[in-house]
Write a protein that binds this ligand. Sequence first.
Ligand SMILES: [Zn+2]
Length: 346
Amino acid sequence: MFSRLIGNEEVKDALRHLLASGRMPGSLLFTGEAGIGKKLFALELAKALNCRNRVGVEACDECSSCRRIENSIFPPFSDAKDNNERMIWSEHGDVAMVRPYKQIIRVKPMRELEGEANFRPFEGAARVFIVEDAEYMNDSASAALLKTLEEPQPTTHLILTTTNPTALLATIRSRCQVIRFAPVAAEQIEKFLIEEKAISATDAALLARTSQGSFGRACASDLDDYRERREAMLAILKALTITGNRVQLLRSAEGLGAASDRADYEESLAVLEALIRDAWALHLGRPAETIVNSDLVNDLGKIAAELNSQKAASWLSEIEELRGTLEVNINKKIASDALLMRMAAA
Ligand SMILES: [Zn+2]
């Protein structure tokens, strides 16, 4: 049942409404950030469409069809290349998924989908095919999908998920009913982490606030890693405001520049930005419980006392500018030195 899923109440209402109307579109496009539940909602919809004992318009969660779709494990890709270019079946004979392998969806699994989409349901009432991260389809995969969308079987439903709908062909978008997902509220993520994942209240609060409404991110985050990174970024802000310690600043620049790769580097920049925003918010008199790193309110309060809006704004724009240059292969060490020197001069 949709009530098991967390957040996105409007989406639940929209899907219930479509189920009740009996006019579920042949193709749906679920859009929204990574990790906010698009695939879980797609599977829940597949359950409702195939349930043998519906409760109202929703899945009963108990019949064998519901249980098999619910327990679907889409295994990670193996090294055997053959398997990676195929559609992946759930434990239910009418529910399958295509997803990118190494950030590409090629034509082969989409042709397989095209063929399977023509069949009547094998064991349930509807065939449901999920295309995860559909923006990764290459041109020939997109062409195969377009053909599938042209002559839909009334019992076949395609659900595309994407974080970036504009990367899809307009002709694909226009054939799908778009369902927009919103970030999940921090309180809901926090409650879930405490109740379902048995995570301590302190850690749950921090994970929920740093996850930007993404469940997936909250569950996958490594808090030890985050805290270590945050400590290093906090040292930068202290050196810039409270201590004025240039040696510390140079050492910090070195640490930042030693990032193992671009993702690692961007992660540190994102943490630095969040700390600046928090300190700025405190400087403006916002309540401590509204900031992301509210467990650091003492340190951030001291930084806030030395801060002004002009400085905070110029720091953020320096970081933003640096982020823009990361597309090209820059020298992270030189860039980090330059960033912190500019921030010190702001
Ligand atoms: Zn059922």
